[in-house]
Design a protein around this ligand. Structure first.
Ligand SMILES: Cc1ncc(COP(=O)(O)O)c(C=O)c1O
Length: 367
């Protein structure tokens, strides 16, 4: 890449985000008419009806800035966790909140720790601040290795980026594991629990992050409306943390850190679409079970998932398999971007999408 004069050198530490191909792009490049994308962990059932209606109605107010305090949505989100609005603040997608956290905590020379097969953004947003990324290998069954993470902590550790459930593996670590980590966490280090997929997990298998936040431990939780709530395109997420930290975040970020349409959609999906969301959750979990069972029957090494996607190892090179699947109209995510050359991640789509994925992959793996 040709260097541009004047830019901070850390800018060049960041790799371009690989978003994968869009349906329209694959159709035009490969001359296909019927393409499905089950590659980005989106929710095929969203936006939910009341949420959509609220967003349509809100369009007429777009000449006005939003309420800078976002009181209604922050209050609802706080109440969901038994907290007041002072413990919550919003952002344009969880991604923007993760960026703000990196900006606030990571300084030149600080170390950040993350599992080696996890959400790639953590590395980029840390490196751009001059942070050094320490990757901790996964366990043999692709779980986050909490012991390995504990062993990687040094006097320079500032942040631990931990997605639970983890993307792309769908695995979770337990309350006991997190408690063990919190016990040895140095005072200057913070755990960022990225809980983007928490709504798809069995809550009894998860740590109680909110309880640790309430106790005043060095931990915060980021969440999103992009996954369970079907609003990925609206870009709205949030963080739960102690009120002092929330106050500081609100001081650091731009004044209107969420937009009117997304906020209206988020309020409606939480207050009026509960039944539709529950039905969707049931369908996604059923689809996840079907995919896990059928892939295992095909001989794949399937990693048990607590999210809206499944990660599995095949006998084949994942890039070639994903290319062949794409030529047959099914866009998937190859594990090669995480250094897993035989692994693939598939998002749980509609029943029709699931059936088509299973049929096409069966044909290729048989041949
Ligand atoms: C683990 C994880 N965290 C955060 C995000 C970002 O979510 P958002 O769409 O709210 O920016 C994603 C998106 O895929 C994700 O997988």
């Amino acid at each position: 890449m040709k260097k541009i004069s004047g830019l901070r050198s850390q800018v060049y530490n960041v790799k371009p985000y690989s978003a994968g191909k869009f349906v329209e792009q694959v159709m035009s490049e490969l001359g296909l008419t019927d393409v499905i994308k089950i590659a980005s962990n989106e929710n095929p059932y969203g936006p939910f009806p009341e949420s959509l209606k609220a967003m349509q109605e809100e369009l007429q107010n777009l000449n006005l800035y939003p309420d800078a305090n976002f009181e209604t949505l922050r209050t609802i989100l706080g109440e969901m966790s038994g907290l007041s609005m002072e413990w919550v603040t919003l952002s344009h997608g969880a991604e923007a909140m993760l960026q703000t956290i990196a900006k606030m905590f990571v300084a030149e020379g600080d170390e950040v720790i993350m599992p080696s097969v996890s959400y790639a953004l953590y590395a980029d947003i840390s490196r751009i601040m001059g942070g050094k990324v320490v990757n901790v290998p996964m366990t043999a069954d692709y779980r986050t290795d909490i012991n390995g993470i504990i062993n990687a902590i040094t006097a320079d550790t500032k942040l631990l980026w931990l997605a639970n459930p983890n993307n792309p593996t769908g695995t979770v670590f337990s309350k006991d594991e997190l408690d063990q980590l919190m016990t040895v966490l140095p005072e200057r280090a913070w755990v960022v629990m990225d809980e983007a997929y928490v709504e798809f997990a069995d809550s009894s298998s998860l740590p109680d992050t909110i309880a640790l936040i309430k106790e005043g431990r060095n931990i915060l939780s980021t969440r999103t409306f992009s996954k369970m709530y079907g609003l990925a395109g609206a870009r709205i997420g949030y963080v739960i943390a102690n009120p002092e930290l929330i106050n500081t975040i609100n001081t650091v970020v731009e004044p209107f850190n969420a937009n009117r349409v997304a906020t209206a959609g988020a309020i409606a999906v939480l207050t009026k679409d509960e039944q539709a969301v529950q039905e969707c959750r049931t369908k996604i979990i059923k689809g996840r079970q079907q995919i896990e069972t059928e892939l295992a029957a095909m001989g794949m090494n399937v990693i048990s998932s607590s999210a809206n996607f499944v990660f599995f190892e095949t006998q084949h090179n994942a890039d070639s398999l994903c290319q062949k699947m794409m030529e047959n109209g099914v866009i998937l995510r190859s594990g090669s971007i995480w250094g897993c050359d035989k692994a693939v991640r598939v998002t749980i789509g509609t029943q029709q999408e699931i059936d088509r994925f299973l049929k096409v992959i069966q044909e290729f793996t048989n041949s």
